[in-house]
Design a binder for this molecule. Structure first.
Ligand SMILES: Nc1ncnc2c1ncn2[C@@H]1O[C@H](COP(=O)(O)OP(=O)(O)OP(=O)(O)O)[C@@H](O)[C@H]1O
Ligand SMILES: [Mg+2]
Length: 251
């Protein structure tokens, strides 16, 4: 299965969630994490220095090399297609191509038989890179920060998903919304959770990931959260998402 992790809003824990989920999924079977954000935070967050690698996502998405040549191992049994700032050029390079929305889908094709799960960490925009991820994906997971403004941005994202479904990828389905950085005992978090659950008809709202300093700490250590800490309450919401994915895979 190919799962895109996207939200055009910045800093909502897309990358942190991708690392957490990919780290857990890699314990179940072959898993590939794709860094589709020129910021390269996924690569750094997994302890990989993309500038030291011969090939990155840029070379793969612009068809300069095949994906199998560019995949790098990590310390966690997880495979990574790493990215550095060179990916910025990709949007421009792809723009003139007739198949510009499907460059990533085509590039991932040879990896599909090799990996049970492929996770794509998207940049904070609804530009060409994110549209490539949504065109390639079976599922979309939307991390949402537990703040009032987060809900407003969600409407725009859901509209984009509808138009992607009708124009680019009829197979795309929303896995769910994952509330992040929840301060569970505050009124604002409780209100946001209530609003999400009542306003998003037919969209699953997962159990919230609590706000915890363990996350930035694990990012700095370059480790998935379950490797970094055994604290049940921070890892458990991600385990639930993984369990849902594995159930869908079997179904
Ligand atoms: N549950 C959490 N509690 C506290 N801090 C968190 C949590 N999840 C993520 N963070 C921190 O919040 C910051 C933003 O997270 P992250 O980089 O994953 O978001 P993003 O959506 O990928 O951002 P961008 O839009 O820039 O790609 C990081 O410093 C990260 O360590
Ligand atoms: Mg990110």
């Amino acid at each position: 299965m190919i799962i895109a992790i996207a939200n055009q809003k910045g800093g909502v824990a897309k990358t942190t969630s991708t690392i957490a989920l990919a780290g857990l999924l890699a314990e179940e079977g072959p898993c590939l994490a794709v860094d589709l954000d020129p910021q390269g935070n996924l690569s750094t967050g997994l302890g990989v220095d993309a500038s030291s690698l011969p090939y990155t996502t840029y070379d793969v998405i612009t068809a300069k090399v095949g994906i199998t040549e560019a995949i790098a191992p990590t310390r966690f049994g997880l495979s990574l297609l790493a990215t550095d700032i060179s990916l910025v050029k990709a949007e421009k390079d792809l723009l003139s191509q007739p198949d510009r929305f499907y460059a990533l889908k085509s590039a991932l094709e040879p990896a599909k038989s090799q990996f049970e799960q492929i996770l794509i960490d998207c940049p904070p925009s609804l530009g060409l890179l994110t549209l490539n991820a949504l065109s390639a994906a079976d599922w979309l997971l939307i991390p949402v920060q537990c703040q009032f403004f987060a809900i407003k941005g969600l409407e725009g994202l859901l509209e984009t998903i509808d138009s992607v479904k009708s124009r680019l990828n009829p197979n795309l389905r929303v896995l769910g919304v994952l509330p992040t950085m929840a301060e569970t005992n505050t009124v604002i978090t409780q209100d946001v959770l209530k609003l999400l659950r009542s306003q998003l008809e037919g969209v699953r709202v997962f159990d919230p990931v609590p706000k915890s300093v363990r996350f930035p700490e694990s990012n700095m250590a370059g480790e998935p959260i379950h490797v970094f800490t055994r604290e049940w309450r921070v890892v458990q919401p991600y385990r639930e998402v993984v369990r849902e994915l594995l159930m869908l895979e079997e179904a």
